[in-house]
Design a protein around this ligand. Structure first.
Ligand code: CUA
Length: 183
């Protein structure tokens, strides 16, 4: 079969691009353990309130001093209702839902994730000082527009460290691969 020179160049070029993109995906997924969205940590959605990881919501610190925020999504509120954090400090959020799918969005920041029953969504980010609204950006029912809470970010020097100790993450069969993405 005769293939025109220019067509052959385009075919080879596209082939190279596909090979590069698949290699990047394979490296990210298999080599670096990156899994969308955030990491794979599971939770029994009907037993969230008795799960040690979510017994206490709000700000806590782990043994190394790293800060964590534990958040529960429920129709129609984020718990806790107010969060105060230090500026320019890495914070790891752990969020799950007790009922339906919600969308956790700290407005005007990159702190955003879907919150799906059965999974613990996680991301780590930093904030500039200010007041931020935390909205729900996935329609979850008649009270969807009422589902918001408030984040206040103060200069690190003016911030009071939490006394709460971060609850150790328990592993589930599916979640065993997610822990390496945790720090
Ligand atoms: Cu929760 Cu919309």
């Amino acid at each position: 079969m005769k293939v025109d020179l220019y067509e052959r160049i385009w075919m080879i070029g596209v082939g190279i691009m596909l090979a590069v993109m698949f290699s990047v995906m394979a490296y990210a997924g298999l080599g670096r353990g990156e899994t969308p969205p955030s990491h794979i940590e599971t939770i029994n959605p009907s037993a969230v309130l008795s799960d040690a990881r979510f017994r206490q919501t709000g700000v806590s610190a782990d043994g190394s001093g790293h800060l964590h925020v534990t958040v529960l999504g429920a129709t129609f509120a984020w718990l806790p209702q107010t969060i105060t954090l230090p500026a320019r400090t890495p914070i790891t959020f752990h969020i799950t839902s007790v009922d339906v799918v919600h969308g956790f969005e700290i407005v005007r920041t990159n702190g955003q994730t879907m919150v799906i029953p059965g999974y613990v969504s996680q991301f780590t980010t930093t904030f500039a000082p200010g007041e931020y609204m935390i909205a729900c950006n996935e329609y979850c029912g008649v009270g969807h527009h009422l589902m918001f809470s408030k984040l206040t970010v103060v200069p690190a020097a003016a911030w009071q460290a939490p006394t709460a100790i971060f609850a150790r993450r328990t592993q589930t069969a599916l979640g065993a691969g997610g822990e390496h993405a945790h720090n």
